[in-house]
Ligand binder design. Structure first.
Ligand code: AMP
Length: 282
């Protein structure tokens, strides 16, 4: 596995591979790998000749009071894990290698960013879209794998790829969870023992909410209220950032629940802002 830090070197290598007729798979990440990240690599590996994993804590997708400076990292651990999945290139640039001091070009899909993390984290998806576009331009991938844990991110990238005719096949991967149901996240490392013990309440609440919908609940406000109460009982140290019931593609709240529908939540548990979602299809 090659470690590349210089964007131009990455681009040169990927263009060479493309000229040789080789296909490229891309898995963009912010590192501190867990089994969720590894699942994306496993999904991509058999579908491409060359697998590029990127590890970049992208400053432009973090707000001023967010955890950019504290984001967990373990480069040697990540290197070994990426290599174990048959990665050909691990691209790990320094922030100033990705952005010129006078960087002035942004990609944004504001229509899909009005709710959920888009409204809770202003500018977040503009940073995501811009860096993902840059990674697409640097690697020219045939396919790219993203996790459904960041459902809104995937919906926005799908729309961007469609609208800009970017020639890449997008693959959405299901959420990988701990045995007790907590969605795997690099940010789970911030949880204290007590918070970690309570955090599976997020998934449990979502499942109970889905049961209500399957049993006939059609009122999104009732589902939201139910979840709020569930979270305050099961995770008393948490504060809800958002609980929304949205159209899974348009990412706008629904007035009345018809399937498919997405229940999406962001909950602050101690220092960790945890997101999770559940797609209800039947
Ligand atoms: P991150 O490093 O958190 O930016 O995540 C990099 C990629 O891994 C994104 O496409 C995420 O959606 C995906 N991902 C993160 N956690 C999980 C998980 N628990 N299950 C599936 N995909 C995940």
């Amino acid at each position: 596995m090659q470690i590349i830090r210089d964007p131009k070197e990455l681009q040169k290598q990927c263009l060479k591979w493309r000229q040789e007729g080789l296909t490229i798979g891309l898995v963009p990440t912010m590192g501190f790998f867990h089994d969720g990240h590894l699942a994306l690599m496993k999904r991509a590996r058999p579908e491409c000749d060359k697998l590029v994993v990127t590890l970049f804590v992208n400053p432009t997708q973090f707000g001023e009071n967010e955890d950019l400076d504290k984001y967990p990292h373990d480069f040697e651990g990540d290197r070994a894990k990426a290599e174990s999945q048959g990665t050909d290139i691990l691209f790990a640039p320094a922030p100033d290698a990705m952005y010129h001091p006078d960087h002035a070009t942004w990609i944004d899909v504001p229509e899909l960013g009005q709710h959920l993390c888009g409204s809770a984290r202003p500018g977040h998806f503009r940073g995501v879209c811009t860096v993902v576009t840059k990674l697409f331009m640097l690697t020219q991938p045939d396919l790219a794998v993203f996790g459904q844990k960041d459902w809104q991110q995937l919906a926005i990238i799908r729309r961007m790829v469609r609208d800009l005719d970017i020639p890449v096949k997008l693959i959405g991967h299901e959420i990988i969870r701990e045995a007790d149901g907590l969605a795997m996240s690099s940010r789970n490392a911030y949880l204290t023992e007590e918070e970690r013990a309570a955090a599976p309440g997020i998934r449990q609440g979502l499942q109970k909410a889905a049961d209500k919908v399957v049993s006939g609940e059609r009122n999104p406000d009732a589902v939201k209220k139910f979840l709020k109460d569930e979270f305050s009982a099961a995770i008393p140290m948490s504060t809800v950032d958002y609980i929304e019931v949205v159209d899974p593609e348009a990412i706008v709240p629904v007035d009345e629940i018809t399937v498919p529908v997405l229940v999406a939540v962001a909950v602050q548990v101690g220092k960790a802002r945890l997101i999770d979602n559940l797609l209800i299809e039947v």
